[in-house]
Design a binder for this molecule. Structure first.
Ligand SMILES: Cc1ncc(COP(=O)(O)O)c(C=O)c1O
Length: 399
């Protein structure tokens, strides 16, 4: 490690709460699919700030919008009507079937909002004492008390009990288990069509179709968490669109403003009726600056056809990785994913492989101990993917 890094690390340890097992580098700047550390070393970014910087780092058009808005209007609160927020909601509506949008600041806050909406919708619109949210094993929905309770991974919950009531987790991709769990107390099913933190696990088509049908049959809300898999990453604007279903409520965040903190709950007009003035709120959500940045992000996604690009580049990457797997079938168990949300599951704990790839200048994530997770900016070039595949083959050959 360099002196510059060591000095920053020491200051971090003295001043920042100890919640992250961080990568051993300090990033100083970024451009497109490149990141540069505090010593000026260049990296190919295959993580995109964890599925956030879908247009690449420091995109010029977004930087211009942010700079201009910062001089005109940054924040006034939701006590006021804001043109920028309305324009963003209208732009989001052109991407899907939703009728109304609520803006917030993060993925967890969006899911928290969706959970509140489901409960309130059942109580006030349906007049039913239904509050339970059913979620799936391997899911991840956030770190607030409600969303970590919704999350189907025990390690996320450890030490935080007592947890809020009204959540049940059932095995993923098991429609019989889900049907058995639905009761008169059920308000909604919440799932990620492609589970991200859980190890890049796309749920089967027949399962998603059956969940949507079950929710209709039981008159409960079908809710999708699109925080990671949404916004063009999966090859469609929203991941549920790959499955031909229309959730009553869905959430997004990460890539919405290409790096500025923002989240949103989107709902059909019918489901959105669960909220009335005073029932849910946030000071910052949908402020002028972040909304303007997000509207520009959406415009670029549309104009540059980034969903189609993600599908194309995802297929290209998968084919490359399958070649590496053919070379090392004993080391790569499976390649999974949709679009540019890709998982390479190793047959052994991947810490060493991840570290060697970082040493060669590739930034990616290791999830569930064995899964190399790739969530690159959607503007990534074939050449970068080829360089990664070749480095992966080298590293696997040497390990
Ligand atoms: C599917 C999903 N939902 C929710 C969240 C939580 O988002 P945030 O970290 O912005 O609260 C994440 C974060 O990784 C996520 O992947």
């Amino acid at each position: 490690m360099s002196e510059a890094y060591d000095a920053l690390k020491a200051r971090e340890q003295a001043a920042i709460m100890n919640t992250y097992g961080r990568y051993p580098l300090a990033i100083a700047s970024g451009k497109g699919c490149r990141l540069y550390d505090c010593d000026g070393r260049e990296y190919i970014d295959l993580l995109g700030g964890i599925a956030v910087c879908n247009l690449g780092h420091c995109r010029e058009e977004i930087a211009e919008v942010i700079a201009a808005k910062a001089r005109e209007l940054v924040h006034v609160s939701n006590l006021f009507t804001q043109r920028e927020q309305i324009e963003l909601a209208e732009a989001l509506k052109t991407t899907c079937h939703a009728g109304k949008v609520f803006f917030c600041n993060s993925g967890a806050e969006a899911n928290e909002g969706a959970i509140k909406l489901a409960r309130r919708y059942m109580r006030t619109v349906k007049n039913r004492d239904a509050y339970e949210i059913i979620t799936l094993t391997h899911s991840f929905h956030g770190r607030t008390l409600a969303t970590l309770t919704a999350t189907g991974q025990d390690k996320i919950k450890f030490g935080f009990d007592p947890l809020p009531e009204g959540f049940t987790t059932v095995p993923a991709a098991d429609i019989v288990a889900l049907r058995a769990a639905v009761s008169p107390k059920t308000a909604a099913v919440l799932l990620e069509c492609i589970q991200g933190e859980g190890g890049v696990l796309p749920l089967p088509q027949e399962y998603i179709t059956a969940v949507a049908a079950l929710c209709k049959e039981k008159d409960i809300l079908f809710m999708c968490d699109e925080v990671q898999c949404g916004m063009c990453r999966s090859g469609r604007f929203w991941a549920f669109q790959n499955y031909g279903v229309e959730p009553d409520v869905f959430t997004c965040s990460k890539a919405l403003a290409n790096g500025l903190p923002m989240g949103a709950v989107l709902a059909t007009d019918a489901a959105a009726a669960g909220f009335v003035p005073g029932s849910h709120a946030t000071t910052f959500g949908g402020g002028a600056l972040v909304s303007a940045a997000a509207t520009k992000t959406l415009a670029i996604m549309r104009d540059d056809r980034l969903a189609e690009r993600a599908a194309r580049m995802g297929d290209f990457a998968k084919a490359l990785f399958e070649d590496v797997r053919a070379q090392y079938p004993d080391k790569i168990a499976v390649i999974r994913g949709m679009g540019l949300m890709l998982g390479i599951e190793l047959t052994f704990p991947g810490g060493e492989v991840w570290k060697k790839l970082l040493g060669r200048g590739f930034i990616l994530n290791l999830t569930q101990d064995k899964v190399l997770r790739l969530l690159p900016p959607l503007v990534i070039e074939q050449e970068d993917l080829k360089r990664f595949a070749s480095a992966l083959a080298d590293v696997l050959g040497a390990i």
